[in-house]
Write a protein that binds this ligand. Structure first.
Ligand SMILES: Nc1ncnc2c1ncn2[C@@H]1O[C@H](COP(=O)(O)OP(=O)(O)OP(=O)(O)O)[C@@H](O)[C@H]1O
Ligand SMILES: [Mg+2]
Length: 411
């Protein structure tokens, strides 16, 4: 039988909530069969700032997706953002058990558990324990140690944790919208699923999801995630600067930014004029386009400067041959890629989400890399038990459901 699964991704971002329903074929192909996009009210900088408003926003996007697909959503993979998220690498070591001295699933699980046993303060919640590399009797670079003869098994892991209260507030909002959580996935790892190629990850690459309120970063080295971080700045900061600089409303500033803005000043003629509406002035105002773009360029340079520092912190500055992949709505800004090339001093491309088919008309742009990545993450981890949030919380309702068919009931 062509066994298929249906899974759901919910990304409650700072500007929009996206719910996607995806169908996974037996071969692993993922197709969107329903989506719902709602304005996000109640989220600030990737975190819940108002429970009721956030629940309403999520519920509205869930309803839209349900209506479009004819399915009733019961559980979902959920994106987590916010600068409370931090990461570290940790190594776990165990002696291989069993008389045959062959690495078993149980040994791998014990090694991962040992790596996970790092000191995490009680106000922090582990979200991910990603195995990066196995070391079998001192031999490094093993991706799958199962069945190998060995005495000693080590695992290098990347551990991501977030503030317990922030994680709980988001979880509460999802559950209060009537949806159970299969797994919480940080935005950068979801965005990476939808935008990075295996070759880029092998070579060394940075993905930066420039959202409205935050910029989510992940550095991949030797095919696995090495460093993750969330910066509390995004495209809304650019819009705010424009609104202040040109004395317009935020809505107008957003419109002007998208219509006339670029981060690449080389693209702007010195005398180019544009007409903008100004608060309190009925006739509006004619301004030099250069003035607008200088405001944009300054803020984008600052964001890239912070990204650069984060790469330095990861210890891989100058060591990412595949360069940077920019995604998120902020990466749609004209000139974002060109300026990044100068500011980051590496090759840069804009990451449009790949690898998902179906109802993609509205979704085939960088702003949807994270929610589409949630579907790919779900498809790749189908049937596994999550080793991050959920596994450690056996008593809460967030552990991944075993039977994927029970996820959705025809509505
Ligand atoms: N065509 C465009 N040109 C320039 N900027 C754009 C364009 N489209 C969207 N943006 C910017 O992208 C931002 C929204 O990005 P995105 O949808 O990725 O954010 P989010 O996921 O809601 O927020 P976050 O990830 O920070 O919580 C907006 O602030 C908007 O200004
Ligand atoms: Mg986002």
């Amino acid at each position: 039988m062509e066994r298929e699964a249906v899974l759901v991704g919910i990304d409650a971002g700072t500007t929009k909530v996206t719910t996607l329903i995806g169908e996974v074929s037996r071969l692993g192909d993922v197709n969107v069969i329903g989506y719902g996009i709602a304005p996000s009210v109640g989220m600030k900088k990737g975190m819940v700032a108002n429970i009721d408003q956030t629940v309403n926003s999520i519920a509205s996007s869930v309803e839209k997706a349900e209506r479009l697909s004819g399915y009733k959503i019961s559980s979902a993979f959920v994106a987590v953002g916010g600068s409370h998220i931090s990461s570290q690498n940790s190594r776990g070591v165990v002696a291989v058990s069993g008389h045959k001295r062959e690495v078993s699933r149980e040994d791998v699980a014990r090694a991962t558990e040992a790596a996970r046993a790092v000191q995490v303060p009680s106000n922090r919640e582990i979200l991910h324990v990603v195995p990066r590399d196995y070391i079998v009797d001192g031999q490094e670079g093993i991706k799958d140690p199962l069945g190998m003869s060995a005495v000693r098994l080590e695992v290098e892991t990347h551990i991501v944790a977030g503030a317990a209260t922030s994680v709980q507030n988001l979880s509460k909002c999802i559950v209060n919208s009537g949806v159970q959580i299969d797994e919480l996935v940080i935005s950068s790892l979801a965005a990476a699923e939808a935008t990075l190629t295996d070759t880029e990850k092998e070579l060394g690459v940075l993905v930066a999801d420039i959202g409205g309120g935050t910029t989510d970063i992940a550095v991949f080295v030797d095919g696995a995630v090495y460093h993750t971080a969330v910066l509390p700045v995004g495209a809304i900061n650019v819009t705010n600067d424009v609104a202040i600089g040109l004395r317009t409303s935020l809505n107008l500033a957003e419109e002007i930014k998208i219509r006339h803005g670029t981060a690449n000043l080389a693209d702007v003629e010195p005398e180019e004029l544009i007409n903008v509406a100004v608060l309190g002035e009925a006739a509006g105002q004619t301004i030099q386009r250069r003035k607008l773009c200088e405001i944009i360029e300054a803020r984008m340079s600052e964001i890239y400067g912070l990204i650069r520092e984060e790469v330095k912190r990861s210890g891989h500055a100058g060591m990412l041959p595949a360069g940077a992949v920019l995604t998120g709505g902020g990466a749609r800004l004209a000139g974002a890629e060109v300026l990044a090339r100068d500011a980051l001093e590496m090759t840069v491309r804009v990451g449009t989400p790949q690898g998902v088919g179906g109802l993609m008309d509205q979704l085939a742009n960088p702003a949807f890399a994270t929610p589409l990545g949630l579907l790919l993450w779900g498809a790749h981890h189908l049937g596994e038990e999550p080793i991050g949030y959920g596994a450690a919380n056996g008593s809460n309702p967030l552990s991944r459901v075993g039977d994927w068919f029970r996820n959705l009931f025809p509505g």
